[in-house]
Design a protein around this ligand. Structure first.
Ligand code: CMP
Length: 133
């Protein structure tokens, strides 16, 4: 059954004109893009979006980076979308991500790691509400 997930192409990748390349990887894997938009997160949106990480030492850096420039958010759809998307994006830390994954190929650092994806359908519901009100 078709499932939806949310991806955010982060400011480091948008600045390097990687949006087309990144979205095409999902299309080639059979995903359809049901909604897409470019936006710049406000601090308030970023704090809500990443609220699960609010007690982490890297929270301020995370909020400051995601608000630093335009991002492209997309709702993408296919069967097993959440888990397949996590495979396609790779390990959170680009240094540990395999070649052929988006973070392995394009990520610069654990903060500038090019892409975010929902880690569960519960996270998807919450994140979509922040990005596509
Ligand atoms: P993302 O998938 O957007 O979800 C949370 C983000 O926190 C993650 O990508 C990383 O960019 C960031 N992150 C996770 N762990 C660390 C860490 N140890 N140091 C700095 N940033 C981190």
């Amino acid at each position: 059954m078709a499932e939806r997930t949310l991806i955010i192409v982060k400011p480091d990748a948008v600045k390097r004109n990687l949006v087309g390349e990144i979205l095409s990887r999902f299309k080639k894997k059979g995903f359809t893009i049901s909604k897409q938009k470019m936006l710049n997160f406000t601090t308030e949106m970023a704090k809500e979006f990443y609220s699960a990480h609010s007690s982490k030492p890297f929270f301020d850096e995370l909020v400051s980076f995601i608000t630093s420039g335009d991002v492209v958010a997309a709702i993408i759809e296919r069967d097993n979308a959440v888990s397949l998307t996590r495979e396609i994006i790779g390990n959170t830390n680009p240094k540990e991500a395999s070649a052929g994954t988006i973070r392995g190929d394009f990520g610069i650092s654990i903060t500038e790691n090019s892409i975010h994806a929902s880690d569960s359908s519960e996270s998807f519901d919450k994140e979509v509400n922040v990005v596509f009100q």
